[in-house]
Design a protein around this ligand. Sequence first.
Ligand code: ADP
Ligand code: MG
Length: 641
Amino acid sequence: MKEKETRGFQSEVKQLLNLMINSLYSNKEIFLRELISNASDAADKLRFRALEQPDLYEGNGELRVRILFDKDKRTITLIDNGIGMQRNEVIDNLGTIAKSGTKAFLNSMSTDNVKDNQLIGQFGVGFYSAFIVAEKVIVSTRAAGTTYDQGVYWESTGEGDYTIASINRPERGTEITLYLRKGEEEFLNELRIKNIISKYSDHISLPIEMLTNINQDTKNKADNNEDKKDVVIGNWETINQANALWTRNKSDISNEEYKNFYRHISHNVNEPLIWSHNRIEGKQDYTCLLYIPADAPWGIWNRDYKYGLKLYVKRVLIMDDAEYFLPNYLRFIKGIIDSNDLPLNISREILQNSRITQSLKSAIIKRILSMIEKLAKNKEKYNSFWKNFGIVIKEGPAEDPSNISIIAKLLRFASTYCNSDQQTVSLDEYISRMLEKQDKIYYISADSYAAAKSSPHIELLQKKGIEVLLLFDRIDGWMMNYLTEFNGKLFQLVSKADLNLDNISQENVAENKEIEKKAWEPFINRVQSYLGNRIKEVRLTNRLTDTPAIVTIESNDMTTQMAKLIVAAGHMKPEIKYIFEINPEHKLVKLAANINDNKIFNEWVELLFDQALFIECGTLEDPNKFVRRINNLLTNITTTT
Ligand code: ADP
Ligand code: MG
């Protein structure tokens, strides 16, 4: 060994190792899945690089991973002939964690939480899981295309540091030896290992080989022989299916295999919600296997969330997260696409701009949408889907106008019909309940379910028995800019001034009586001249019952929710000129109309206007002033009575 040195792990690695060793007791066997998965990645990488540089194969292109035990030494060894690693790569890959968000992730975990088990699986801790069962791990590796003396040795007990050195290593690829902890003898059993592999790794296309028919005599001799590598002590037998899962016939693949493949590509220990596997021939020739996760993938709300399908071309892995095949609003989808049309040596730039990519993308979007439609038939599953991904799907109408009618069918809303903040009502359902003569889909958009549900804007609709969709997700106001109609029915925001419900009513509801406009004219003028250009117009309204006044907007003006989104995105607050609508039936309004003193009258108008703004916006520009006004008024009442 040359250039030997001891280095400390990155602090996140230490934290992770500590967590793993202490908290993953129930699922120790996953270490094997992780190590096999790495060997499979290493083979994929070599195959990809060798497309341009065939001599990387060093004359041996038959890739595989082998598993060996030594019961006496209590070791398990995995030997792959994949891409291997150079010294700096070993330092980076086995001494640090490169993934973004690791710190936040680790901080969110505790050592005694059962859920952490799943979290950690979702995070894909990979190589370090070896230390769940091993008290010492030795790695010996040589990168493809380097000379025999550029091998690297790595050793650690998983505590605080590791040792690294240069060695001679004739074989290309990586050899990992685990020295098992006391109590982990079960993994020295051939049958046990085979079971774990068939449970987690059968779908891996890399052949996984184990020695069978071991001749004990030869083995004993070999063990005492320095140059034992060439001694045949048994036969290597491939113990997995060793062909890419998606290339097999659907009917030959069990649900368990599909689920395990999902776990492999998504680094998620949970089951997927649903999947769809298709081979398409003809104008395009490709296979895709697409999964909807049962839970939101880690980091889906982060800016640097890596999404996309694994892209294979003719069975060779070309790219891990090829995002060109998925729109943002479907970024939670996991899966693979294997194209026979794309060239093997495709670059990211060419891929991004290729016509084939575009047509594959639109075909895949269609498939995913129809998979979601199918899922919607199962109410319970769809609810859980919607809870996780509804907000993401809501980006669809803006991003993908060509599929807007399908996306609209997938949307779910809370509604006055259900009396619950759960978003479960589809637009089809809403339409099926529309009243006679109702030709619009009414909705309100507010900051919370409670604010939407108790909004005075819907008082009259409630009275008339008209269902109103209650929108309160931040993105809703924005989405509704793009969603103008569904099945020929226009959407109508109920806080718009042009709301006209005159002809619609359930039979048993009495029409509101006509307002005596003339009598109220002086009052309206007085309010108008006081508020001046702070408002667009003052009007009387018959749409309110328990509320003295509201503000509404003209149908082409910007909505309050939209203005809020603009502010949240860091822009200047756009000014909205509201229409001030006053309910002449309300006692407070009648009282105000009788006030002669202009100063007091104006105070009342301010109060009514502030109330209306408060209801509409959820906040006030100057809440202190508002509170002071109310307090003044209250004091006056109590001192005069
Ligand atoms: P991940 O596989 O998610 O990247 P791991 O912790 O499993 O995370 O592995 C870390 C890195 O170590 C891998 O990305 C890879 O670069 C390297 N690595 C691990 N095992 C091998 C192997 N058998 N051959 C080559 N490189 C490997
Ligand atoms: Mg890995």
